[in-house]
Design a protein around this ligand. Structure first.
Ligand SMILES: Cc1cc2nc3c(=O)[nH]c(=O)nc-3n(C[C@H](O)[C@H](O)[C@H](O)COP(=O)(O)OP(=O)(O)OC[C@H]3O[C@@H](n4cnc5c(N)ncnc54)[C@H](O)[C@@H]3O)c2cc1C
Length: 398
């Protein structure tokens, strides 16, 4: 059986970044993904902040943990955006300046894996890991049948619906309150401002979450929405909400009048707090598999990559005998803990007001443009303030 310093299961942004870091440290690493092609299908809105925004959103994260985003070639960027607009159920629009990139996620995921391979990583695709042994045996099934490899350490970065975690004592509690069901169409013929990312709120279209138009330029955009089932009353098919948003939303439908789909994907986004435990024996969980996602936004590309970099560093130091593997847990909490916690708290505030569209409108009217900034930037200081405002609205009615 071939033995590796680390085996990485799943090569989305989290696993690919771990693979990259591990290979950069000169370790013998193998990355495995069940997909036939890295990054395909693209289950993503593809929106990330521009590099200079990280010091505001994630002030605890310094280099080298952002290395992927510093080195990312501009050819991976489809479009640059300048602001984010939140549109309330009654159609009011609140905008904040925010420099973003809409990336080509398929090319992005492939690029990280390529960089890891350039540094010596081995990769297997079209290969599903179905079992993990306590001794680090990774049981997989590939094109030519079943096989096993041995990992001194194993990174589980297999996304939201991974069942591997429980096998190794890494449980990630998921209830429907903490899970966004999302769909995204890539569409052509979209008449929206290419410099603006639009987020639409309203129970009729995206109960418990929001809908989006994320412009990729040249009339192409990612158009999608999320729902959370505890907020769904009546119709449970997410496609019905999408159809309604596309054809009937008073503002969005005008921009989507000529829009035609190029691709369609569905997926899950974890919007709960991170689990208490992300290290068990020789196993580490990374990215969506560990709820490394800003819960108020459902954004996880950057945070998963940072967690992957942290996992790579921790394994490297662990194998050099410098630290225990639990160092990973301390490290990602130091880098991401505040932002993830704030995102989750903000989601709880938003939970209160999304119960009723009138509450959402009133809330936005009171908090206004300044605090939308806090929502977009996942800021801490005004959390309590926002919660107080939300509670008052709910108690008094709008
Ligand atoms: C529709 C949609 C839109 C989104 N939009 C945005 C956005 O605009 N911005 C943003 O920041 N975030 C967005 N997100 C969230 C973001 O995509 C995730 O947070 C991010 O991809 C998490 O990265 P990851 O590496 O943890 O997991 P994933 O990207 O899910 O990668 C997991 C990988 O593991 C592989 N895998 C799973 N099980 C196995 C197995 N048993 N064996 C082998 N391989 C396995 C899968 O094939 C997959 O490649 C969106 C999510 C969805 C679903």
């Amino acid at each position: 059986m071939e033995k590796y310093d680390a085996v990485v299961v799943g090569l989305g942004p989290g696993g690919a970044s771990a693979l990259y870091k591990l290979a950069s440290e000169g370790l013998k690493v193998l990355g495995i993904d069940r997909r036939r092609e890295i990054g395909v299908p693209i289950q993503c809105g593809e929106f990330i902040p521009q590099y200079h925004e990280y010091s505001k959103i994630l002030p605890e994260v310094e280099e080298p943990y952002l290395e992927i985003f510093r080195k990312m070639p501009m050819k991976l960027v489809s479009n640059e955006t300048k602001s984010v607009s939140v549109i309330t159920p009654s159609g009011r629009e609140y905008s904040v300046n925010f420099d973003g990139y809409v990336i080509d996620r398929e090319a992005f995921d492939k690029w990280i894996v390529k960089e890891a391979v350039d540094r010596g990583a081995d990769v297997m695709i079209n290969t599903v890991v179905y079992k993990l042994g306590e001794d680090g045996t990774v049981y997989a099934k590939g094109k030519s049948g079943n096989f096993e490899v041995l990992g001194e350490t194993v990174v589980i970065a297999a996304g939201t619906s991974s069942t591997l975690l429980e096998q190794v004592g890494l449980f990630r509690e998921v209830d429907e309150m903490n899970l966004g069901h999302v769909i995204n169409y890539q569409m052509a013929g979209v008449d929206s401002d290419p410099s603006v990312v639009e987020m639409y709120t309203g129970k009729e279209y995206s109960p418990g979450a929001y809908a989006w138009i994320i412009p990729k330029g040249d009339g192409v955009a990612n158009v999608g929405l999320g729902i959370r089932y505890p907020y769904v009353e009546g119709e449970r098919d997410i496609n019905v909400y999408m159809e309604r948003f596309w054809r009937k939303h008073p503002i969005a439908s005008r921009k989507l009048r000529r829009a035609q789909p190029l691709s369609y994907v569905g997926g899950l986004v974890p919007v709960g707090p991170p689990p208490d435990k992300t290290v068990s024996g020789r196993f580490l969980s990374v990215g969506d598999a560990a709820n490394h996602n800003i819960a108020s936004l459902g954004a996880g590309i950057v945070t998963s990559s940072i967690a992957g970099m942290a996992a790579g560093e921790a394994i490297s130091k662990f194998l050099a005998g410098e630290v225990k593997l639990e160092y990973y847990e301390d490290l990602w909490r130091r880098l991401l803990g505040r932002a993830l916690e704030n995102g989750y708290k903000l989601r709880l505030v938003v939970d209160l007001i999304t119960k009723d569209d009138k509450y959402t409108d009133k809330f936005m009217e009171i908090v206004g443009k300044d605090r939308i900034y806090d929502l977009v930037y996942t800021k801490a200081p005004s959390n309590i303030d926002l919660l107080r405002i939300a509670l008052n609205i709910v108690k008094g009615g709008a």
